[in-house]
Each structure stands twice: as structure tokens, then as C-alpha cells.
Design a protein around this ligand. Structure first.
Ligand code: B1M
Length: 209
């Protein structure tokens, strides 16, 4: 398990190239994808705790996040390879004002792996951009991520815009991210809140079958 510890350690140090090569080594050695993902997530979680306690600051978190995304990019094809004919289309994005994309990227990968086509709008996505993507792609699901208490309220703005455009009956709306809760989903009229990426993918798949 030294290799998995090393992945977590290098991620915490923000060593992008080391995280990439160690993640590739773990894949080559036949570690289960979920176990490697766990190593990456544990590194990020340690950094998150240190950030909270002011032991590290934004630059350290940023390089750790970059390393995390580097590792995730190696795992993406493995997480996605189960997908066959798309079951339906999902428009996903992190809401306006919010630049956090690691969780959103994970949700995307898991959804693709579950057989859905995912249109990724990236971060800092305005309500107008969500609406345009739903219309252009005839999407079945809108999936929104938010990591800040100050930006999660923008989920409600997106839902209001969807209602205004008369699209609400056409799409399921899924929300998630650290500060988001089930109660909040009910309050703003989303169809569901899910706690993690795997559950989000399972729920999206259930909506389509
Ligand atoms: Co930010 N940040 N950050 N940050 N950051 C948090 C979120 C924070 C909790 C840290 C803290 O204080 N403890 C805090 C928010 C406090 C709050 O609002 N309550 C915070 C803050 C304050 C900030 C800034 C304001 C800091 C500053 O500038 N002073 C700033 C805001 C910038 C902005 O967005 N406008 C900021 C910036 C950054 C970085 C850019 C440095 C970097 C992001 C880089 C990137 O994403 N590319 C960053 C990071 C990395 C974090 C922490 C450390 C880690 C987040 C993460 O990626 N976790 C975070 C602390 C923490 O969460 N412990 C923190 C791993 C990821 C896999 O988890 O995204 O939660 P998560 O996704 C989970 C679930 O939530 C769920 O699935 C995933 C697990 O399977 N999920 C969904 C997510 N989306 C979903 C959608 C779904 C369903 C499930 O359905 C659609």
C-alpha cells in the first residue's frame, strides 16, 4: 500500500508529475480504480482539513487540486469505460461565482461511466449558459455543483430561469456539493440532492430508465 500512500503524499505536496506517474503505476499494477481514487480523495481531504485550520493557504490548495485533476485524468477512461449507448443527456456545471471543479469532474466521470452523455459547462456557469445548453442539447438532466455557501444560492436562480423558460417539466434537476443538503434541494425545488458522485450517477441513470 506504500504506492497509495505516496499518491496521497505527493498530492498534498502538489506534485503534479509525481501524482500522474504514481497513479499510472497503480493502474499498471492492477489496483482497483476505486482504491486509487480513494488515495487521491484522501490526500485532498487532508489538504482540506489543513486549509480549514489555516495550516495551508490557497496556493497550496491550488497546486494540490491541480495534482488531483492530473490523477483524475488518468483514471477518467477507466471510470468511463463501462458506458455504452448514452441513456440520456446531462448538462453539468459549477454554478456562477464558484471555481471549484474537482467534485463536479468526478460526478461527470461517474455519469459517463453509468452510460450518460455529459455536456460539461465547466465552472462559474451563469443561468443563461445552463439554459442555452439545455435548449441546444435537448438535455434530460441539469446537474449543478456548488462548494461555497455564498454560491449555492445561485442554484435557485438557475431553477427560476428554467421555470421561466418553461423547461421545468422537460428536465430533472440534480444538485450537490459540500454545503448543499437534501432540505435545500427541497426548498429550491430541485428534484434531488445526492451526497457523492457515485450516488449522483446512479440517481441520474434511474431517472433515465
Ligand atoms: Co475552496 N473552499 N475556496 N478552493 N476549497 C472550500 C470549499 C472550503 C470548505 C474550505 C474551508 O474553508 N474549509 C471553503 C468554503 C467555505 C464555505 O463556503 N462554507 C472554501 C473557500 C472559502 C474558498 C475561497 C473563498 C478561498 C479564498 O479565496 N479565500 C476560494 C473561492 C474561489 C471561488 O470558487 N470563487 C476558494 C478557492 C479554492 C481553490 C481554487 C484554491 C481550490 C479549488 C480548485 C479546483 O476545484 N480546481 C479550492 C479547494 C480545492 C477547496 C477544498 C480544500 C477541497 C474541495 C474539493 O475539491 N474537494 C475545500 C475544502 C473541503 O471541501 N474540505 C474548499 C474534493 C471533492 C471531490 O469534493 O467537491 O465536495 P467535493 O465533491 C464531492 C461531493 O460534494 C459531491 O461529490 C463529490 C464526492 O464524490 N458533489 C456532488 C460535488 N458536486 C456534486 C454535484 C452533484 C452531486 C454530488 O449533483 C449534481
Amino acid at each position: 500500500m506504500q504506492l497509495l500512500n505516496d499518491i496521497s503524499e505527493m498530492l498534498q505536496k502538489g506534485k503534479l508529475n509525481d501524482v500522474k506517474s504514481l497513479t499510472q503505476q497503480a493502474v499498471d499494477q492492477g489496483f482497483e480504480t476505486s482504491i486509487i481514487l480513494e488515495a487521491l480523495l484522501s490526500g485532498m481531504s487532508i489538504i482540506g482539513g489543513k486549509f480549514k485550520n489555516n495550516e495551508v493557504f490557497v496556493p497550496e490548495v491550488l497546486v494540490a487540486a491541480r495534482a488531483m485533476n492530473g490523477g483524475l485524468a488518468i483514471l477518467a477512461p477507466l471510470l468511463e469505460q463501462e458506458g455504452v449507448q448514452p441513456l440520456g443527456k446531462v448538462v453539468i456545471g459549477t454554478v456562477k461565482g464558484d471555481l471549484h471543479d474537482i467534485g463536479k469532474n468526478l460526478v461527470k466521470m461517474m455519469m459517463v461511466g453509468a452510460g450518460l452523455e455529459v455536456i460539461d459547462l465547466g465552472v462559474d456557469v451563469s443561468p443563461e449558459k445552463f439554459i442555452a445548453a439545455v435548449e441546444e442539447n435537448n438535455a434530460d438532466i441539469v446537474a449543478m455543483s456548488a462548494l461555497l455557501t455564498t454560491t449555492m444560492t445561485n442554484m435557485e436562480t438557475v431553477i427560476a430561469a428554467i421555470n421561466e423558460k418553461g423547461l421545468r417539466t422537460k428536465v430533472k434537476i440534480m444538485i450537490g456539493g459540500a454545503p448543499v443538503t437534501d432540505a435545500y434541494a427541497r426548498e429550491i425545488g430541485a428534484d434531488c440532492y445526492t451526497d457523492d458522485a457515485a450516488t449522483a450517477a446512479i440517481t441520474a441513470k434511474e431517472y433515465m430508465i
